[in-house]
Ligand binder design. Structure first.
Ligand code: CO8
Length: 258
């Protein structure tokens, strides 16, 4: 059993849970936390018994950004040579669906971590933003790229250039989040979404996530070609036969993840 310093890790049925746990720093992403989140996510990802991963924080903060105190003394050469972003490339390759359950602050690297997930459930207390401009830096783990893709150029530019935070309702209107949930129900809702996904065929879920990612990364024609191939490939699976037979027989499908 791996010991973690900055996160809590738990398996509930087919769902892996990662809770960011640096309350003294509003879950700021220091090097240890990044290494541990990436490590726990990739460990879950290698486990075929896990069909979805929930990442959450506390009621006050999902994560208030990269750890400013850790970064403050660093220079260009430290950033360039140490490449503090390296771990996230591995996180981006996680095939298991990632659900961010966000309450309180999701700022800077915290907002970027949520945006690297597939689904963002936000408590009505959630606040999103990229306030790096106030610190004399810019977003560094995808904020200038994923935010405009999610909410459009003009709204993203306003947030990144002014550092203004937006609440859950504005985030939902803008298309940043999947939906808003009353704060007291956030974790139960996240569990429900995760369990629902984990009950589906794992290879089909991987294929769907791959195709959704292609939509973010390619042009339409290439994305449609990718989807066509991935769709055809699902017909090689036992779970496609089972899913369609179950519909025909008016019963619930029992997927073997094959
Ligand atoms: N880093 C380090 N410590 C933090 C951070 C942070 N990002 N955010 C909060 N803390 C600490 C505070 O310093 C404070 O500690 P202490 O009690 O020892 O003084 C404790 O958490 C509680 O915070 P506050 O007292 O400030 O709580 P408030 O409720 O008054 O305010 C805020 C909450 C508004 C969230 C406020 O804490 C804040 O503005 N935090 C900083 C938000 C921010 O600027 N985030 C962006 C960081 S930069 C970034 O994310 C760049 C990503 C690029 C990747 C880099 C890879 C290395």
């Amino acid at each position: 059993m791996t010991e973690y310093e900055t996160i809590l890790v738990e398996t509930r049925g087919r769902v892996g849970w990662i809770t960011l746990n640096r309350p003294e720093a509003l879950n700021a992403l220091n090097a240890t936390l990044v290494r541990e989140v990436v490590g726990a996510s990739t460990t879950f990802d290698r486990d075929p018994g896990i069909g979805a991963i929930v990442i959450t924080g506390s009621a006050k903060a999902f994560a208030a950004g990269a750890d400013i105190k850790e970064m403050a003394e660093q220079g260009y050469i430290d950033m360039y040579l140490n490449d503090p972003f390296r771990g996230w490339a591995e996180f981006e390759r996680v095939r298991t669906p990632l659900i961010a359950a966000v309450a309180g602050f999701a700022l800077g690297g915290g907002c970027e971590l949520a945006m690297m997930c597939d689904i963002i459930l936000a408590a009505d207390t959630a606040k999103f933003g990229q306030p790096e401009i106030n610190l004399g830096v810019i977003p560094g783990i995808g904020g200038t790229q994923r935010l405009p893709r999610a909410i459009g150029k003009y709204k993203a530019a306003e947030l990144v250039l002014t550092g203004r935070l937006m609440g859950a309702e504005e985030a939902e209107r803008a298309g940043l989040i999947s939906r808003i949930v009353p704060a007291a129900e956030l974790l139960d809702e996240a569990a429900l979404v995760a369990e629902t996904i984990a009950s589906k065929s794992l290879p089909v879920v991987y294929a769907a996530k791959d195709a959704l990612q292609a939509a973010q990364e390619t042009g339409l024609a290439e994305g449609i070609r990718f989807e066509k191939q991935a769709f055809a490939a699902t017909f090689a699976l036992d779970d496609q036969s089972e899913g369609m037979a179950a519909f025909r027989d008016k019963r619930t499908a029992h997927f073997s993840h094959r």
